[in-house]
Design a protein around this ligand. Structure first.
Ligand code: MLT
Length: 312
């Protein structure tokens, strides 16, 4: 390789348009192949671009001595062993803004679909039925939406919920009174949000603190007939506990986009008629994918060429 030419491996599927900054750069050789199958020797990779399908372990990093930066085209970096990256001297950056709107819109679409049984009713029509009684739903108007995790996505959801005239509660240990007021939500404790919400949606990262936040015990604290949503990260809600809570009728319905293990084909939750599931597509819009790919491409390119990485 010529001096000054960096090898960038794009391991997951990413927007062509968004990758333009690196694809058009003269200092970079871009290889768009899965890391487990690539023809590029791993010890020659200078930068790695990923979404959620690639898991970066310490063992993988051992094979990449030249690696300087990992760009995560999305928000969550739970698929990267951050401690191992640090000890290998590898910087990890994400794209924290690019898919906020898409994720909030998907969550809201899931919420509206859930309370009106739209996917189930559609399926029944496709199967030749006309079941008007079976699909009686509930209004969002006047209901209380509990948002657990009030970051960018949580705040966008709150805005949409207000447009539907819902009351919005938020639980987040980092939520200040002034941010709550600015966003017209009521800041409450975990116990309060569990007890008072008609619909509960989680928007935290997956960390030691949030893993299993909704579990057998906390699900029991929710209102009978509650609706539960997870378009954030698999594992924040204990899947087995949710399954049983739906089966028992305590949870009236759930909308789930993310799973403890992905791909999640033939997942037990997908078999329940009260649960609607999508295959981790909240951020899958052309707009969000262009945004996140562009953001990481710019930042990775800058870093390889000696600039600081703002989203490290
Ligand atoms: C994210 O963390 O940004 C999302 O899960 C989106 C993705 O993996 O594409």
């Amino acid at each position: 390789l010529e001096k000054g030419i960096y090898n960038v491996l794009v391991s997951d599927n990413m927007s062509e348009d968004g990758l333009k900054p690196i694809l058009e750069s003269a200092t970079v050789n871009v290889v768009r192949e899965n890391i487990y199958e690539t023809s590029l020797p791993l010890d020659e990779v200078d930068a790695l671009l990923i979404r959620s399908a690639t898991t970066v372990t310490s063992e993988l990093l051992d094979q990449m001595p030249n690696l300087r930066i990992i760009g995560r085209a999305g928000v969550g970096v739970d698929n990267v062993d951050l401690e191992a990256a640090t000890s290998h001297g590898v910087v990890v950056i994400n794209a924290p803004d690019g898919n906020t709107i898409s994720t909030a819109e998907h969550t809201f679409a899931m919420l509206a679909s859930l309370v009106r049984n739209i996917p189930q009713a559609n399926q029944s029509m496709q199967e030749g039925r006309w079941d008007r009684k079976k699909y009686q739903g509930a209004e969002l108007y006047g209901k209380t939406l509990g948002i657990i995790g009030f970051g960018r996505i949580g705040a966008e959801i709150a805005q949409r919920a207000r447009a539907f005239r819902m009351n919005v509660l938020a639980f987040d240990p980092f939520l200040t009174q002034s941010r709550a007021e600015k966003n017209h939500v009521t800041a409450v404790t975990l116990d309060e949000i569990l007890a008072q919400s008609d619909m509960l949606t989680v928007h935290t990262p997956l960390t030691k603190e949030t893993k299993g936040l909704l579990n057998e015990k906390t699900l029991k604290q929710t209102k009978p007939g509650v609706f539960i949503l997870n378009c954030a990260r698999g594992g924040i809600i204990d899947e087995e506990a949710l399954y049983h809570a739906v089966k028992s009728g305590h949870v009236r319905g759930a909308a789930i986009d993310v799973f403890e293990e992905e791909p999640a084909k033939n997942h037990p939750l997908s078999s329940l008629p009260e649960v609607i599931t999508t295959p981790h597509i909240a951020a899958s819009t052309s707009e969000a994918q262009q945004n996140v790919a562009e953001s990481v491409s710019h930042e990775v390119l800058g870093y390889l060429n000696g600039k600081p990485a703002p989203h490290a």
